[in-house]
Design a protein. Structure first.
Length: 414
């Protein structure tokens, strides 16, 4: 029986699932390091050690979950069961991440953070890997895949911007001369908000796409998950030269963008000396490139080869990332506290955001195409393993960045 076409509502409903890792990315990209180092009082080195261990854990669990998802057999398909069992536990972990009990010692805080981060990253992997793989399976059409990936990426960025801006405006705003970023109780509230967002939207994504289960492709080879099968799956995946190239590029960009994101709150607070109101405005202004990409991306993707788009994004990000901080240190930029410096920083962030959105969208579409190529070459579909690699690169962005950022924050006594 032929699969019905993908409706706009199905595409949008699927895209809401991106709030699982968007909420995680907002937490780790803007608040976790600042919370544990500047509010709870954990040393930056210990916080960095936690994030290093969590990143190493991801390197182990991501391919395991990818292979498990590819080889899972159930009446609910390969992807939905893993998504269903991980959504609520993930939401609970996000709440616990910002709920460190008061009066704990350094080592007690360290083990609290370590336990929660390991559990959180396990459940985010259980949800994200099959979720991303599902996006590649919803359609076989070359252009439709880019639309699905685009909806997911744009929805994630839009939600991330609104969540971050809302946090600065309403949760961490200063009151009675007290900096809201340094108030412990505000982080309990943010943990509760994160719980609700993840619990609700992961459920919506699962429910909306469940009617696609009978039409999802099944692999030609019926295997059961085992560690031997995991080794076979990884060897097959990394024999694909296109996949190896894309994986290397995603990790390389992840190093730069991850470090930048992890230190963003510290840099914006102590280096650029922005107020919480300016941080909220900066975050909201990133909606401009999102709006531009929302209207332009499908038109561009239909007219430019995917490989060319990847090259444009990579070169653009390299050029746009390397000039801002050195320019300020060399006094080539206006002084802090001026409108001019705020506009310059906002422009730089907006350009980077547009390029990252475009890269994330097209790389997901390319992985879906590589999956078809892999099936042609090996007679085996490996969406789970391929998107586990993308999922690892996404987490590498925040994990590696927070690892280095924690050490830097302590060395600079931020």
């Amino acid at each position: 029986m032929a699969a019905p076409g993908i409706t706009r509502w199905t595409r949008l409903g699927y895209a809401t699932g991106t709030l699982s890792f968007t909420t995680k990315d907002v937490a780790f990209g803007s608040f976790v390091l600042f919370y544990y180092v500047s509010v709870v009082g954990l040393s930056g080195t210990l916080a960095g050690a936690v994030l290093f261990i969590a990143l190493a854990w991801d390197a182990v669990t991501d391919p395991i979950i990818g292979s498990l998802s590819d080889n899972l057999r159930s009446r609910w398909g390969r992807r939905h069961p893993l998504m269903a069992v991980s959504g609520i536990p993930l939401a609970i972990c996000l709440f616990l991440l910002f709920s460190v009990p008061e009066g704990m010692s350094q080592m007690a805080i360290f083990f609290w953070m370590l336990t929660v981060c390991i559990a959180l990253r396990t459940f985010i992997t259980l949800f994200t890997v099959p979720y991303l793989a599902l996006g590649a399976e919803l359609s076989n059409d070359y252009i439709e895949r880019s639309k699905i990936a685009g909806a997911r990426t744009l929805f994630g960025w839009l939600a991330g911007i609104l969540m971050t801006a809302g946090a600065w405006f309403f949760v961490f705003d200063s009151s009675a001369g007290i900096d809201g970023r340094l108030v412990n109780a505000n982080y309990y509230l943010w943990g509760g908000i994160s719980f609700l967002v993840v619990a609700v939207f992961t459920t919506i994504s699962i429910v909306v796409t469940r009617n696609r289960i009978p039409f999802l492709p099944q692999p030609n080879i019926t295997n059961r998950f085992s560690f031997k099968q995991l080794g076979i799956d990884l060897r097959l995946a990394f024999k694909n030269s296109n996949f190896k190239y894309l994986f290397f590029v995603m990790l390389t960009l992840g190093v730069a963008t991850g470090l930048n994101g992890a230190l963003a709150t510290h840099v914006n607070t102590y280096f650029w000396e922005f107020t919480t109101a300016q941080l909220a405005l900066l975050t909201l202004l990133v909606l401009v490139p999102i709006a531009i990409m929302m209207f332009a991306m499908n038109w561009l993707n239909e007219r430019i080869e995917k490989q060319t788009i990847l090259n444009i994004c990579i070169i653009g990000l390299v050029i746009n990332t390397c000039w801002l901080i050195p320019g300020r240190l060399l006094d080539w930029l206006p002084m802090n506290g001026t409108t001019a410096i705020f506009i310059i920083v906002t422009t730089q962030v907006a350009i980077s955001s547009a390029l990252v959105i475009w890269f994330q969208t097209i790389s997901a579409s390319v992985i879906a195409d590589i999956t078809d190529e892999q099936e042609y070459l090996t007679h085996q579909r490996q969406e789970g393993v391929f998107f586990a690699a993308q999922g690892f690169s996404i987490k590498f962005v925040t994990g590696f960045g927070s690892l280095v950022g924690g050490v830097v924050a302590q060395r600079l006594a931020l």
